[in-house]
Design a protein around this ligand. Structure first.
Ligand code: ADP
Length: 372
């Protein structure tokens, strides 16, 4: 079976690392020939995933097509699907998710709790909604990694808002940010991974830590699981859906956004769960039974980011020490150049409980540095 992946970033790379377990020929398309996934696939095609012709031609060469980033040409995928190509997730799901306005309407249409919102076409329109502050302004198209999100607390902040179509969303009094990944097979069967929790602790500066299982009350977990499942199932598409949610101070749960693909919040599943999110996506794409999402042990994931003040060829300080730690698994993404804050890799830690994980996580944080 020929499987094409649109995008050659770190997610594509990790997906390809699981490919040898399956009878599959892998194809990747990405502009940059030295991208993280380029040398792990059977066929690398240099091309722009946002370009109609490039995506259409690429799609014609494979049996199944998937994405590792949303920023792809949807029209080409729609045409390929109309011609019978299997695309995971379906272009209709991708189209909804790619545009925050459509995504918010989707939650509303399916009665899935998500922060209340109004649509704004430009900054002038935003100014008419100052009575809704404090709120969060989100860019409709093209925002990622927090770049399309601005908190508007008062009228003085309005210039920070986007002068393009977007949504103004109610500010949630967040207690925890969590995510649940749902896998849906072609026959409609599904499995859920345990919830993960993003840990934000300004005192310990634990900004890029993620804990599994999430430490939240059982009631909130049940709500979150039901909501994640509703989000995923209503797309009526096979695939993996990472549903990001907020648990507020009252214990209510709100959907923030969804990624219809393998996701940063599932990196830990490689070592900490029987079937990783990457293994799971191969199963979905190749029509095999879904795997087990159960955890072997609690885990913590830490992003390895480029250190402040370092730009240029990457060097990994403290790598040996981290590799010596018990149940510490290092993943480097093969990016040659580092820059402040650039995602260069991640470390997954396994331990019997949260205390042990936090101790190890602090050790990694203090030891490993990406410098130039
Ligand atoms: P991106 O897709 O760029 O990651 P998100 O929509 O996830 O953007 O928002 C980034 C961050 O902004 C979230 O992780 C959360 O901390 C904060 N945020 C987003 N929406 C809200 C909201 N309605 N209320 C409070 N905080 C929010």
């Amino acid at each position: 079976m020929k499987v094409g992946i649109l995008g050659g970033g770190q997610l594509g790379r990790m997906l390809l690392q699981e490919a040898p377990n399956y009878p599959v020929e892998t194809w990747v398309m990405e502009k940059e020939a030295d991208c993280p996934a380029a040398h792990l696939c059977h066929h690398f095609i240099a091309g722009d995933i946002r370009d109609f012709e490039a995506v259409y031609t690429f799609g014609q060469q494979v049996d199944v097509l998937t994405i590792e980033i949303e920023n792809v040409n949807i029209e080409a995928l729609e045409k390929l699907e109309a011609e019978g190509k299997k695309i995971i997730p379906r272009p209709s799901a991708l189209k909804t998710i790619k545009n925050k306005i459509l995504q918010k309407k989707y939650y509303q249409d399916h009665q899935i709790p998500s922060p209340a919102f109004v649509i704004t076409q430009n900054r002038e329109e935003l100014k008419q909604h100052m009575h809704l502050l404090p709120a969060v302004h989100k860019l409709g198209m093209g925002g990622y990694d927090g770049k399309g999100v601005q908190v508007i607390r008062s009228e003085a902040d309005v210039e920070k808002g986007f002068d393009a179509p977007g949504v103004l969303e109610q500010l949630v009094d967040i207690n925890k940010e969590i995510a649940i990944t749902v896998a849906i097979a072609a026959d409609g069967s599904h499995v859920l991974y345990p919830a993960v929790e993003m840990i934000f602790d300004p005192v310990l500066n634990l900004l890029d830590f993620q804990l599994c299982p999430a430490d939240i009350p059982q009631q909130a977990l049940w709500k979150a699981e039901a909501m994640a499942l509703a989000v995923a199932r209503n797309f009526q598409s096979p695939g993996l859906f990472a549903v990001e949610m907020f648990v507020d101070k009252k214990g209510d749960v709100w959907v923030n956004e969804t990624a219809p693909r393998v996701h940063n919040s599932g990196h830990h599943t490689i070592e900490a769960h029987y079937s990783s999110q990457f293994d799971m996506l191969w199963r979905v794409m190749l029509n095999y039974p879904l795997g087990s999402t159960a955890a072997l042990q609690p885990s913590m994931m830490i992003n390895i980011l480029g250190a402040e003040g370092h730009r240029g060829p990457a060097r990994y300080e403290g790598l040996e020490e981290v590799l010596k730690m018990e149940h510490a698994f290092v993943h480097l993404y093969g990016k040659k150049q580092t820059a402040p804050g650039r995602k260069m890799g991640h470390v997954t830690l396994l331990d019997k409980d949260k205390t042990g994980l936090l101790r190890k996580a602090m050790q990694v944080k203090q030891t490993l540095r990406v410098i130039s």
